[in-house]
Ligand binder design. Structure first.
Ligand code: AMP
Length: 139
């Protein structure tokens, strides 16, 4: 497996070098809105410390990230009055991973509504509004 690249886009988001719509953070993790949402409210949860994916993450990184994934799962269900949610996590290019900093996708889901195709840039104002709904659901 390749070494962790500190110039990956999520590392830049963590360092504040590029913008993101942050909705939650604690000492070990960050949650922010996905820029190409496959469902309204689609967000990502990452550790603040470096690892590519599940293959090199430490148990401590995974425990911290999963605790935040659960927190965000409850928040998106509340914020979007969802019937359920999908959690996705990809490992290495062969596994569908495109950004090589561990991340979990959290997607609120509604009965009978399919996820949108990947790769379409979202509307920034709408993403910001959805982020505000998530933050409100956390408080
Ligand atoms: P994957 O590595 O396959 O899980 O895909 C990376 C995910 O990161 C995709 O859902 C992208 O839409 C998302 N993404 C890429 N760049 C950004 C960014 N700057 N801000 C938020 N999400 C991003």
């Amino acid at each position: 497996m390749a070494a962790y690249d500190p110039e990956n886009i999520f590392a830049k988001i963590l360092r504040g070098e590029i913008p993101s719509t942050r909705v939650y953070e604690d000492d070990e993790t960050l949650a922010f809105m996905d820029i190409m949402p496959r469902a309204d409210g689609h967000l990502l949860v990452i550790p603040k410390t470096p690892c590519r994916n599940i293959l090199d993450a430490t148990p401590e990184q995974l425990a911290a990230v999963m605790a935040t994934v659960q927190k965000m799962a409850k928040a998106v269900v509340k914020a979007f009055d969802a019937d359920g949610l999908t959690i996705q996590q990809f490992n290495e290019a062969a596994g569908g991973q495109e950004v090589f900093h561990l991340h979990f996708h959290v997607l609120p889901r509604h009965d009978g509504v399919a996820v949108r195709a990947p790769g379409t840039m979202g509307d920034f104002d709408l993403i910001a509004e959805h982020g505000e709904r998530v933050k409100a659901a956390l408080s």
